[in-house]
Design a binder for this molecule. Structure first.
Ligand code: C2E
Ligand code: MG
Ligand code: MG
Length: 714
């Protein structure tokens, strides 16, 4: 505590202790001379805040002379030192503290930054009454102290550092940690005190720590920093030893001849995880997790390139899988069930095929899998098991669904080494399966390439078949079993191409369906047949019913009823004479649509018949739900009667059940008198086949009807 004197403070020794109370002059003078050596700056303010003493150093800080400061209210000056002083006095004003630290930064006339650090003490008399304040400040340019000051003392900077999400760490040029913010402590799991004074390398895993040490010693020698300003991804090590990815950017602060480094550290675990996820998604199908097509090609091409196959040796088999009418599942149960079915399907494929099989999703319901096999027999067995497993019931999102699946496969051999070659062959095999009705397995054979070429050529020519008048309809009589009289006729399409000659509908109808050409073709058939019926009607030779074949695709997806209504609008009298045949497979493929369409047709007076009954796998229980009038028993059964007892029993049962449901039966492909006699004996109502007449021109059919009429009249 300073002693107090009531003497005029202005009377003091102006040389050293300008304005200081007289009884303190000696002490002040002594203190000042000592402090001179300690780089101390000294100031005294009376309790009114007026400067009573300022030494040379203090005055120089404010770019003033000591004399010019005496009597001035120092705290009101516009200068960082004066402001810091005012702040300190405000803290002391309550009297609770006797001294407070004072830190501030100044920039001298030479532009050099320096830090003033010290304290302000309260000066009281013996009774404790306030007399004034003494400020003692040390000026320093030491970068460590500056860094420490910047990081810890300046409340604004400290707040900024501690509010920063990134870790901020200040080190000296030898890599010793001088300051560290809160985020950095949290990031590495340390307390601040545990890190201050430690080498930076405690925050790095061993290889990086070694590199850092090398870097630092190199820098000390060469003065060439390699990392400044270049952000880079590296690894950090937590207190518990856990290593994690960080992004580190380093800035360099030069203060005088000293250098300080500021490192900004960001935990990039999340970013890397997101990047990994993005690259995973780019290579994997998000729904099923199998590879994308591009990734599959890359992986498999590399694999096959490294393992060229020797003739007859083990190699790879490529399977292409396509769900038949997958959209039916989506439409019937919703996409969530479709998605769940596809996922279940993928897991079954992976269960069946050997480990290390590559699998990809090519399209919504199309997959490919490349598996290592020991030979053809193994490949074939795998394909069969695959088909069995995938067509068994699948429990998908609370629904049981059954998929129909086509599998085309190709085995690697000396003629098909690359993935491209294998893929082309597996694709051809898949097309062959689909062309034959799907839901089966097929391995590539050379004949498939020729068949595919032929289909392509047919598609090309079919495009122009109508405009080039290459199509015509023939009509096959359908007779009453008992009387043999022509009661109906079936219209059958014929195509005769200039160079290809006649092409069977059994060959070109599937091609037309696959290419979508069936739509204009059916339209042509409908209008041509209706035109013919009008002519027959005019000639009074119109059969009771004329049946037209409607392809499954056209029946299930087309606007058949609307188009028929349009075509028949000018000739409503023909409605009760028109009949449509749809195959059993098309009818049961989508029962809901089939029932609706058949109902609409029946409301128009158009009769419908189920064609080729018995050729599919459906049963009468399906058929009984369909509002149809006729059932056409497939030629495959008729061909064996009456010699094959099994066929006899089947035909007898089919006729019996159809009658039970109120349906009329028609037997197809009757070629012999024995067949006719048997079919009549089991009660089959109508018969069709070469025995009664081959498909013929409309004129020939009209003649036949006329002849029969004349014969009956006779
Ligand atoms: P489908 O509708 O079952 O037609 C009966 C097929 O059996 C016809 O063959 C017919 O000529 C043949 N056939 C009739 N009686 C006998 C017989 O006693 N013995 C033998 N061996 N065959 C007999 P086609 O004309 O070659 O037609 C084959 C298939 O092509 C048809 O089977 C039908 O599914 C389809 N098709 C024919 N014309 C059309 C058409 O206009 N539109 C559609 N969508 N399909 C058609
Ligand atoms: Mg038919
Ligand atoms: Mg038929």
């Amino acid at each position: 505590m300073f002693e107090h004197s009531e003497k005029n403070p202005q009377d003091g020794d102006g040389a050293i202790g300008v304005g200081i109370p007289r009884d303190l002059a000696f002490l002040s003078s002594l203190a000042s001379s000592l402090l001179d050596h300690a780089d101390l700056a000294l100031v005294y303010l009376d309790r009114g805040g007026l400067c009573r003493h300022a030494d040379r150093r203090f005055a120089a800080l404010l770019d003033r002379t000591p004399q010019s400061l005496i009597g001035t209210p120092l705290c009101g000056l516009d200068h960082p030192v004066a402001r810091a002083l005012a702040g300190a006095l405000a803290s002391l004003a309550s009297g609770a503290l006797r001294s407070v630290p004072l830190d501030c930064e100044t920039t001298g006339c030479d532009g050099q930054r320096s830090i003033l650090s010290g304290s302000v003490l309260t000066h009281t008399d013996a009774s404790g009454a306030l007399l004034g304040w003494l400020g003692l400040l040390i000026e320093t340019g030491d970068p460590d102290r500056i860094a420490d000051f910047v990081a810890r003392r300046d409340p604004f900077v400290a707040t900024l550092l501690n509010a920063a999400v990134d870790g901020i760490i200040v080190s000296d040029r030898t890599g010793v940690i001088r300051s560290i913010n809160r985020a950095c402590c949290t990031l590495f799991g340390y307390e601040e005190a545990e890190l201050l004074g430690q080498p930076m390398t405690v925050l790095m895993p061993p290889p990086f720590a070694r590199d850092h040490d090398k870097y630092v010693s190199n820098y000390v020698k060469t003065e060439r920093p390699k990392i400044i300003g270049i952000g880079r991804d590296t690894l950090g090590r937590r207190k518990d030893g856990a290593v994690f990815p960080i992004h580190l950017s380093v800035g360099e602060a030069r203060m005088g001849d000293r250098t300080t480094y500021v490192g900004i550290i960001r935990d990039i675990s999340d970013r890397l995880a997101a990047e990994q996820r993005a690259s995973y998604l780019a290579r994997h199908d998000p729904l099923t997790g199998v590879l994308t097509r591009t990734a599959f090609l890359e992986e498999c091409e590399a694999l096959l390139a490294n393992e060229p196959v020797e003739s007859g040796a083990a190699g790879f088999a490529l399977y292409t899988l396509d769900v038949d009418q997958f959209s039916d599942i989506n439409e019937a149960f919703g996409f969530h069930v479709g998605d769940a079915a596809l996922k279940a399907m993928v897991s079954r494929v992976m269960e069946v095929l050997p480990p290390n099989t590559y699998m990809c999703r090519i399209a919504a319901d199309e997959f490919a899998a490349l598996a290592r096999v020991s030979g053809m027999e193994h490949a074939q067995t795998l394909a069969d098991v695959l088909h069995d497993r995938l067509t068994a019931s699948i429990y998908a999102d609370r629904h049981w669904v059954r998929l129909r699946l086509s599998i085309g496969a190709a085995l690697q051999d000396t003629a098909a080494q690359t993935l491209e070659e294998l893929n082309a062959k597996a694709k051809l095999a898949l097309q062959a399966v689909q062309h034959d009705g799907g839901n089966a397995v097929c391995f590539y054979t050379p004949a498939m390439a020729a068949a595919a070429t032929r289909r392509m050529m047919l598609t090309m020519h079919l495009n122009h078949a109508i405009e080039r008048n290459e199509m015509h309809l023939v009509y096959q009589p359908i007779v009453d079993g008992k009387t043999g009289r022509v009661v109906s006729a079936e219209a059958l399409l014929r195509w005769t191409h200039d160079t290809l000659g006649p092409v069977s509908p059994a060959e070109f109808i599937p091609v037309a369906e696959e290419s979508g050409l069936i739509v204009p073709l059916t339209d042509w058939i409908l209008s041509t047949a209706i035109g013919q019926m009008m002519r027959w009607n005019a000639e009074d030779v119109l059969p009771d019913r004329v049946f037209l074949n409607i392809s499954g695709q056209q029946f299930l997806r087309g606007n058949l009823t609307a188009r028929l209504q349009e075509l028949l609008s000018g000739c409503p009298e023909l409605r009760p004479h028109l009949g449509l045949e749809i195959t059993e497979q098309a009818a049961v493929r989508d029962l809901k649509v089939a029932i609706k369409t058949l109902g609409e047709l029946s409301a128009l007076g158009i009769q419908t018949a189920i064609d080729d009954f018995g050729s599919g796998y459906s049963s009468l229980s399906y058929v009984q739900q369909l509002p149809v009038a006729k059932l056409k028993i497939d030629r495959a059964f008729v061909i064996d009667v009456p010699t094959n007892p099994k066929s006899n029993a089947l035909v007898r049962a089919a006729v019996g059940m159809a009658h039970g449901l109120g349906l009329t039966t028609v037997a197809e492909g009757v070629e012999t008198e024995e067949q006719r006699a048997f079919l009549v004996s089991v009660g089959c109502d109508l018969l069709q086949g070469y025995h009664f007449g081959r498909p013929m021109t409309p004129e020939a059919l009209a003649d036949m009807i006329r002849r029969q009429r004349t014969a009956a009249a006779d």
